[in-house]
Ligand binder design. Structure first.
Ligand code: PLP
Length: 415
């Protein structure tokens, strides 16, 4: 495959040429890179540390030491500030997002709030949705005695099994295959049937465009430690469309959701704004990291990031076809970039041992998703074209030489 300049696009020189022409190349230096040889393809599980975040965390830790409790008048608005920074990345209004708790807890809060407001419909999701999403729904179904309806396959607008009063939880991008759901069409189909959708944006926000308002989405949750690079355990966000603020109420009645929080003697009366979905004292260090991560993503621009993610993924898939398919790999992600998120899953009968060999012998970090997938995450802010080329080269070499066969076939506790 020749590039315009005559260089073979599938050669290492082709990858180097693509890096030289990459308008986002400079963003790589905005991250802490202690490990020049390491190829990190797991930014979809835990993003790298931005330099600005390292510095900001040092500053806010110092602030804690100096200001102690007098820091709160400023810190108290951090959940809304971080929410506003994320809102711009997901097509939400500035007052429609707050950062709080984990994705799991936020999913519970929003789904419960719909059940409380709209009566007992069924809870609907796909059988292969991310485990925590299914567990939250299983738990709610058991607690409230409502039906849990699991469907097979990727969600499709024409067959989405929902009706009036149901709550449907859908991942925008499948954590397993990387399949990208048609958010706008699915939202329209569900709304037409009288159902409410809670979107899970964990694998899309920060890597591809999300336009919640344009899609008339009502509710969404997502994490910040994947493509938004806010760090391990950084708090998640939730989105509630403004017109629902006065109709939905969090199932956790906490003081951070209370109107006039410091008028302490009053009974619970939630804030009219998105803040009503806050519960307890927010994690100020994590929130600072969310703000920095969102800012860096906004600076690069989501459309540019998406274009680079597609180009990197297309290179990876072309190299898979040329060099990995002959070694027993098959592509488990959609070939059409319009139907794909920002990671590529490859299946192989020996996927676990291959993942271990890659990490321990080749310094390439993907992750394993059972039973047989090697998942390669493509975080466009800091991944280079040569990283993709070198990763496939090392992967092909190790498998061709059978080096993975020295590793234990039983998956470990964290995969
Ligand atoms: C990563 C991920 C989560 C994580 O939930 P936490 O509460 O942050 O552990 C949830 N849903 C999906 C789809 C994910 O990919």
């Amino acid at each position: 495959v020749a590039r315009g300049d005559g260089v073979d696009a599938l050669s290492r020189a082709g990858a180097e040429a693509a890096d030289a022409a990459d308008p986002l190349a400079g963003f790589r230096e905005r991250f802490v890179l202690e490990d020049p040889e390491r190829i990190y393809l797991d930014g979809n599980s835990l993003g790298r540390l931005p330099v600005a975040t390292r510095d900001r965390l040092a500053a806010i830790t110092a602030e804690w030491g100096e200001r102690l409790v007098s820091g709160w008048p400023e810190w108290i608005d951090a959940p809304a500030r971080a929410g506003e920074a994320i809102a711009g990345l997901i097509g939400a209004g500035p007052d429609e997002v707050v950062v709080s708790d984990s994705t799991t807890v936020n999913l519970f809060k929003l789904t419960s709030s719909v059940l409380d407001a709209r009566g007992p419909g069924a809870l609907v999701t796909d059988r292969h949705n991310f485990p925590t999403d299914r567990y939250v729904l299983e738990g709610l179904a058991a607690q409230r005695g409502v039906e849990l309806r699991l469907f097979d396959g990727d969600p499709e607008p024409s067959t989405l099994p929902c009706g009036p009063g149901d709550v449907v939880v859908l991942s925008h991008v499948s954590y397993r295959s990387g399949a990208l759901a048609d958010l706008r069409a699915l939202q329209a189909a569900a709304s037409e049937r009288g159902a409410t959708v809670v979107w899970d944006l964990c694998h899309s926000a920060g890597a591809l465009p999300v336009d919640l308002r344009a899609a008339r989405a009502e509710l969404a949750v997502g994490c910040t430690y994947k493509y938004l690079n806010a760090g391990p355990g950084a708090p998640a966000y939730l989105y509630v469309a403004e017109e629902l603020h006065d109709r939905l109420r969090s199932p956790i009645w906490g003081w951070f959701g209370q109107r006039d929080q410091f008028a302490m003697e009053r009974p619970y009366d939630p804030e009219p704004s998105i803040r009503r979905f806050l519960a307890g004292t927010p994690p100020i260090l994590g929130l600072a990291a969310v703000e920095e991560g969102a800012r860096l993503t906004a600076e690069a621009g989501i459309d540019a990031l998406h274009a680079k993610s597609v180009a990197l993924s297309e290179l990876l898939i072309a190299l898979h076809d040329a060099r990995l398919a002959p070694l027993g790999f098959t592509l488990d992600s959609p070939r059409d970039p319009a139907r794909r998120g920002s990671h590529v899953s490859l299946r192989h009968a020996d996927a676990w041992r291959i993942t271990r060999a890659l990490i321990e012998r080749a310094d390439v970090i993907p992750d394993f998703r059972g039973p047989d997938s090697v998942r390669l995450g493509i975080a466009p802010l800091y991944t280079r074209y040569v990283d993709i080329w070198d990763a496939v080269d090392r992967l092909a070499g190790h498998v061709a030489r059978g080096e993975h066969e020295a590793f234990d076939a039983t998956p470990g506790r964290v995969t």
